[in-house]
Design a protein around this ligand. Structure first.
Ligand code: NAD
Ligand code: UGA
Length: 470
């Protein structure tokens, strides 16, 4: 097979944008077209103002500046993008189903199916289709079926290449991946397709880090990787509750446990709970898959990871209410941090959404500040959350009237009874806490949902402080 010279990616989101930018940078001989149906998003990717890109990631705008309009292009012309490409990456969203069979658990494959139909429609010559989205095992089979039945005259080879980047460190992760996983069918054409993709990655990833497997192992390994990572967080969070009852300190326990090489120190930071668009949806997808294959015990084992995450978020909210003499009604509570982790503008499934809802339900007024998440996004996160919970419009409007979004921590904390740190942004460690203390009601509480603050220092300033597992 000749070397691949033209690729495209359907989906210009948190995965499609950064991964394609890095491929374009590392493979100057490949033309990379990133396609999306969302015009606003494509306009933002093409914007001259590099602070206005739809995805905030450290290091991303520098790459875009170097390669955009040289060998990296963002466009809504899906027909041309597909018909020109030899290899097509699918990086569309795969949310949890909100309706019908599998509601609240299974993955909604609508966007994947739509994309497969577009590929079939606009392809005139043979194509390699690469699953980059995270998908339930055997989705490749469904994609193949659509492609073959819609366009029997063209040969398609579907391979799996799940993405392991984490938001906030996406560029670093893409430059130095722990591994690149490529799954293909054990046929001559399957092997050729896998090799074509291996060749692309070989431009910057050492060969020993490129793992090839069959398609189903590749699809499943992605779900399992996320499940294992989330399981570690729920494990440590469950122990944080025990620490609070016994006088043990979760950071000390985590350090001691993580020193065991077999366990390792990563992903053992206790927190208000994990967020992000993927952990919950991917575990739910795994659970659904287990139930589908009638593996009830396996399903409930993984379901527990999500139960503990919900428990931790609610436990944190209850702690705030209890500490403020059993009621937050008409009290001002400041929320510092809305994104689900630092260094991203992504707030999907952020724990801040659940904690804010719990506080609003209890009558609080909440004042929010985040360095990167836009005001509109915060409001739409809450709206979406309430609509999913079937909350009536009247009540939603009443809740919204008790939310204020401010431009800095100082303004958000003014007159508050408590400050909740829900994202580990560096600036929350270094802000002038003395000044914040002066502007707050007494007793002035800090609820550190990330254990990033120096508790002793803050106590000395006069604060009451709650940290997870302490
Ligand atoms: P996203 O929502 O940021 O981006 C998906 C994009 O696909 C959207 O811009 C949407 O408009 C576009 N799209 C949907 N249907 C389309 C169609 N028919 N034609 C053209 N464009 C279409 O999602 P994301 O966070 O980039 O995630 C994409 C996939 O990657 C998911 O399966 C996710 O589980 C997986 N993943 C995400 C991350 C992450 O950090 N976000 C990491 C690894 C894997
Ligand atoms: C995660 C995985 O780390 C990626 O490998 C994967 O590709 C991605 O999901 C995906 O499939 O979408 P991401 O969700 O971007 O990446 O970020 P993480 O660093 O994993 O953090 C997830 C959540 O867990 C955040 O809310 C974070 O604050 C929380 N977390 C993380 C903890 O509470 N404690 C920890 O020790 C680590």
């Amino acid at each position: 097979m000749d070397k691949i010279k033209k690729i495209c990616c359907i989906g210009a989101g948190y995965v499609g944008g950064p991964t394609m930018a890095v491929i374009a940078l590392k493979c100057p001989n490949i033309i990379v077209n990133v396609l999306d149906i969302n015009k606003d998003k494509i306009n933002k990717w093409n914007s001259n103002d590099l602070d206005d890109l739809p995805v905030y990631e450290p290091g991303l705008s520098e790459i875009i500046k170097k390669v955009r309009d040289k060998n990296l292009f963002f466009s809504c012309d899906i027909e041309k993008g597909i018909s020109d490409a030899e290899m097509i990456f699918l990086a569309v969203n795969t949310p949890t189903k909100k309706y019908g069979e599998g509601k609240g658990m299974a993955i909604d494959l609508k966007y994947v199916e739509d994309s497969a139909r577009l590929i079939a429609k606009f392809s005139k010559e043979s194509k390699i289709v690469v699953e980059k989205s995270t998908l339930p095992v055997r989705t490749a089979e469904a994609i193949e079926k659509i492609l073959k039945s819609e366009n029997p005259s063209v040969k398609f080879e579907v391979i799996s290449n799940p993405e392991f980047l984490a938001e906030g460190t996406a560029i670093k992760d893409l430059f130095k991946s722990d591994r690149v996983l490529i799954g293909g069918h054990k046929t001559i054409r399957g092997a050729e397709a896998v090799n074509a993709l291996v060749e692309i990655y070989s431009n910057w990833i050492p060969n020993e880090k490129i793992i090839t497997t069959n398609v189903w192992s590749s699809e499943l390994s992605k779900l399992v990787s996320n499940a294992f990572l989330a399981q570690r967080i729920s494990s440590i969070n469950s122990i944080s509750a025990l620490c609070e009852s016994t006088g043990a300190d979760i950071d000390e326990v985590s350090k001691a446990v993580g020193k065991d090489k077999r366990i390792g120190p990563e992903f053992l930071n206790a927190s208000v709970g994990f967020g992000g668009s993927c952990f919950q949806k991917d575990i739910l997808s795994l659970v659904y898959l287990c139930k589908y294959y009638n593996l009830r015990e396996v399903a409930s084992y993984w379901e527990a990871v999500i139960k503990i995450n919900n428990y931790q978020r609610n436990r944190f909210s209850k702690k705030i209410i209890q500490s403020l003499f059993g009621s937050v009604s008409e009290k001002k509570i400041c929320i510092l941090g809305w994104s689900f982790k630092k260094n991203t503008n992504d707030s999907r499934e952020s724990s801040a959404i659940v904690v804010s809802n719990n506080l609003l339900e209890n009558g609080a007024e909440i004042h929010i500040y985040d360095p990167k998440v836009e005001k509109e996004r915060i409001v739409s996160d809450m709206n979406e959350y309430w609509l999913n919970q079937n909350i009536k419009t009247g009540l939603i409007n009443e809740y919204l009237s008790r939310i204020k979004i401010l431009k800095n921590s100082k303004d958000a904390a003014k007159g508050a009874s408590a400050v909740c740190v829900l994202t580990e942004w560096e600036e929350f460690i270094t802000i002038d806490w003395k000044l914040i203390y002066k502007s707050m009601k007494r007793p002035a509480w800090i609820f550190d949902g990330r254990n990033i603050l120096n508790g002793e220092f803050l106590k000395n300033l006069g604060f009451e402080i709650y940290q997870i597992g302490k």
